[in-house]
Design a protein around this ligand. Structure first.
Ligand code: CA
Length: 419
């Protein structure tokens, strides 16, 4: 049961032009306030505390029902968020005076967004990373397996993925310490242990699971949408030199598990519904159990910028779009469930690195600098980058552009600290 907010809807709450958070968005996030976490939504540059709204009688139930997203959704999954989003929309509509004209309640419920560091939206027990960016997979194939076809034979038949590490998923704003690991230079006899020299970002889109399935139960693709709660941006940090040495034959391990950053606002399926598109044609046709009954991709613009310690402002180094993904979130989760593994509330799934087909649209430094052979130029200071250096700040931005409004993800920003 989706709740769609009309493109022409307006609010009495102030919303700056081109804000990521107009009334059409109404995402959910979690702030920590005096050691207690609280669920909030965002409108313009302000956050709105749901427990405070319940205390003032603007939302039903007890304030304690609004301290985490798991409690809010209960057994309802995404429908729980749809219902709550409808109530928030009604409260914030231009023509509803109830909260609009109650200054005392507004002072209690609204806070400036920049004063509130955001936590992870849900408790994450499992993290899976897919590899569904076809241009990225193809670029990596060209770089590391130049004598073979860029895509491996399974690529167009199933969404390739691996189990990542949930305990090191962190929200925007938390710095990442350069990890140490084992590497071996091509001309060396023995590996060495030390700080990675090839620290990289990976631009990805992720989603949270919002409903539980039973062990042994495979969820069909036409029902899988009920299990997805919403989307976040993901930076799947990578230590390329560590990965090169460790990944065969079982896949990435310590080169990935030191940190994964996510944007703090859970953007609901409802808010993104107007931006659904068919996306890339899947050829050859996929097996019947992975065939979607409706378009499953989204038109979401993505941008990566970098700011070194010497720069005074960030420089955009890549622009791309989620429509470059080959597999949809719905196909990814159906594939995960197809062997009967139980899906759990709070599981995080990432798309795989999203790259366009041309230079300047790639989602990693590995590709942007073509394995370190074509350094990126930073115009303000004349510096160059192949991989990240200590003190560099990487920021992702993402938004879907509507007619006169945008549904945005805000920023995912991370500073690199020394080992
Ligand atoms: Ca990845």
């Amino acid at each position: 049961m989706k709740f769609l907010i009309p493109a022409k809807a307006t609010t009495w709450a102030p919303v700056p032009a081109n804000s990521d958070f107009p009334i059409q968005n109404l995402p959910f996030g979690v702030v920590v306030h005096e050691d207690e976490q609280r669920v909030v939504t965002r409108i313009g540059d302000q956050i709105l505390e749901l427990a405070a709204l319940a205390e003032e009688g603007f939302l039903p139930g007890d304030p304690v029902d609004y301290l985490d997203i798991e409690t809010i959704i209960g057994e309802e999954g995404g429908d729980g968020l749809s219902r709550l989003r409808k109530m928030l929309y009604d409260l914030l509509r231009t023509d509803n005076p109830n909260l609009r004209d109650n200054s005392a309640a507004k002072a209690k419920c609204f806070h400036p967004a920049q004063d509130a560091p955001l936590n992870l939206p849900l408790m994450i027990d499992a993290y899976v990373d897919f590899y569904s960016g076809i241009n990225h997979a193809s670029n990596v194939g060209k770089m590391f397996r130049p004598d073979m076809a860029p895509l491996l034979p399974n690529y167009r038949h199933l969404p390739v993925g691996y189990n990542g590490r949930a305990s090191s998923v962190i929200p925007s704003g938390v710095p990442v310490k350069r990890p140490c690991g084992q590497t071996k230079a091509a001309d060396a006899d023995m590996p060495t242990f030390g700080p990675t020299k090839e620290l990289d970002f990976e631009l990805e889109m992720g989603f949270f699971v919002g409903a539980q399935s039973e062990m042994g139960e495979a969820i069909p693709i036409d029902e899988i949408e009920d299990y997805i709660l919403g989307f976040v941006m993901v930076n799947d940090w990578s230590a390329r030199d560590v990965q090169r040495w460790e990944y065969q034959p079982l896949g990435p391990f310590l080169a990935k598990s030191f940190a994964t950053s996510i944007s703090p606002w859970l953007i609901t399926l409802d808010a993104l519904e107007p931006f659904r598109i068919a996306g890339l044609t899947q050829d050859p046709p996929v097996l019947p159990h992975l065939r979607s009954p409706k378009p499953g991709h989204y038109d979401i613009q993505l941008e990566v910028s970098i700011q070194t310690p010497r720069m005074t402002k960030p420089q955009v180094i890549s622009r791309t779009n989620t429509k470059e993904l080959y597999w949809t979130a719905y196909q990814q989760l159906t594939h995960q469930s197809s062997n009967g593994t139980p899906l759990e509330v709070g599981d995080l799934y990432a798309s795989g690195t999203i790259s366009g087909s041309e230079k300047g649209t790639f989602g990693s430094l590995l590709e942007l600098s073509w394995r370190g052979t074509e350094p990126i130029k930073l115009t303000e200071t004349g510096e160059t980058r192949t991989f990240l250096q200590d003190g560099d700040v990487v920021t992702f931005r993402g938004w879907a552009q509507g007619e006169g409004f945008r549904v945005g993800f805000g920023e995912l920003t991370t500073e690199i600290l020394p080992a």
